[in-house]
Design a protein around this ligand. Structure first.
Ligand code: PLP
Length: 388
């Protein structure tokens, strides 16, 4: 059976050229980059090439890139590396848990934290950020693009507010990298997080941009790697993969058919809206990443729909996460004002560079059939149909 993968915000497949670039660094050029012999120096050179490539993707310098084990570590390093007890942090209610929980942990260690809200389409109001600033505000952390809705945040404006008050600005650009051109100067951030597996590099590698002159306290104690900002022998194959994926992303963003993913996303979304009753795009008219559609279906349980779609060969995800055996509605969707039931009835479709028109048509048919089947079983839907 054809399988269509529409969960690229969770993880993307490694591009063949990325895999090919990584391959030699497992068994041939396997040296420790800290070793001074040739084997080590070959690995060192590959890391430095990758550093330049990642830097170019976001308009930074190589020396401003710190390689990490992924987006979570980059976010944690940004928060814990900047804020100290007594400092105030401003973040938003829709951040990924890698930021939100890092901030809440910082609060338990003596920081003050303000979580600014979002409007009904999932956008932070920069005026709220400005109002939240205190004399001890040390860090503002607002994401570039949300992972559940794809909604883009007004980071340029927030960057200006931060710069005007001499506050560090961190943006989690994990869901933006490779999809939208990123420029750390335009955004005015002093820190930016990236993750390999959201941009067709492997899982377990990421990077934190740290603007020249910004002091981050290392979270890991050990060797002098990454200029003392991240101890531990580097993940050479992963870093090489991230570097190759960054150059592939730069190329893809400059290509004339770079908008193909958006055309396909719109085809899916419009197809669903035209052919399925009772569904709503959660982000409304807010600007968003070209690959993401977050849609709620009246009287549908999102988890049940994900399972039913999977049986039909379509991988997507729901607006609820299983924690401790219970499904909790997404904090992002509820922060936007959705009821827990609406959040639970949400499905996220996220496309990748490998997605084809045939994939979208297959997925659309599967969604139509699945919604009809699930609603036929739903007493709530039957009751609402009788009423209307
Ligand atoms: N930030 C955002 C916005 C994400 O979507 C994710 C992963 O889903 C992360 C951070 C964490 O990245 P990683 O999986 O590389 O730890």
């Amino acid at each position: 059976m054809l399988r269509v993968y529409l969960d690229n915000n969770a993880s993307t497949p490694v591009l063949p050229e990325v895999l090919a670039a990584m391959q030699p660094y497992f068994a041939e050029s396997f040296g420790n980059p800290s070793s001074i012999h040739q084997n080590g120096q070959t690995a060192r050179a590959a890391i430095e090439d990758a550093r330049e490539s990642v830097a170019r993707l976001i308009g930074a310098r190589g020396s401003e890139i710190v390689f990490t084990s992924g987006g979570t570590e980059a976010d944690n390093l940004a928060v814990a590396g900047i804020a100290a007890p007594g400092d105030h942090i401003i973040t938003s209610s829709i951040e990924h848990h890698a930021v939100l929980h890092a901030c809440r942990y910082a609060a338990s260690q003596g920081c003050e934290v303000t979580e600014v809200p979002v409007n009904g389409t999932g956008v932070v109001d920069p005026a709220d950020v400005r109002r939240a600033i205190r004399r001890n505000t040390r860090l503002i952390s607002v994401m570039f693009a949300n992972n559940e809705t794809g909604v883009l945040q007004p980071v340029d404006e927030i960057g200006k507010i931060a710069a005007g008050s001499g506050i560090h600005f961190h943006t989690d650009a994990v869901q933006g990298a490779g999809k939208i051109a990123l420029d750390v100067t335009k955004i005015g951030c002093s820190l930016m997080s990236l993750s390999g597996h959201k941009m067709h590099a492997p899982q377990g590698v990421g990077a934190l941009f740290v603007r020249k002159g910004t002091q981050v306290r290392a979270s890991l104690q050990g060797g002098p790697q990454e200029r003392f900002r991240r101890a531990g022998t580097e993940n050479v194959p992963g870093i090489v993969g991230l570097g190759r994926a960054a150059s592939a992303s730069r190329l893809a963003l400059s290509e004339p058919n770079g908008g193909m993913v958006e055309i396909l996303r719109n085809r899916l979304e419009q197809g669903i809206l035209n052919r399925v009753d009772g569904c709503t795009v959660n982000s409304g008219p807010a600007p968003r990443t070209p690959n993401t559609a977050s849609i709620r279906f009246d009287c549908i349980d999102g988890e049940a729909m994900v399972i039913a779609l999977d049986l039909q060969g379509v991988a997507a995800s729901s607006g609820a996460a299983c924690s401790s055996g219970a499904t909790k509605p997404s904090h992002v969707l509820t922060a936007m004002g959705l009821t827990p039931a609406q959040a639970r009835s949400t499905i996220r479709f996220s496309l990748g560079r490998q997605t084809t028109e045939a994939d979208i048509d297959f997925a659309l048919d599967a969604v139509i059939v699945t919604v009809a089947r699930l609603r036929a079983l739903s007493p709530r839907y039957s009751a609402e149909m009788v009423r209307s």
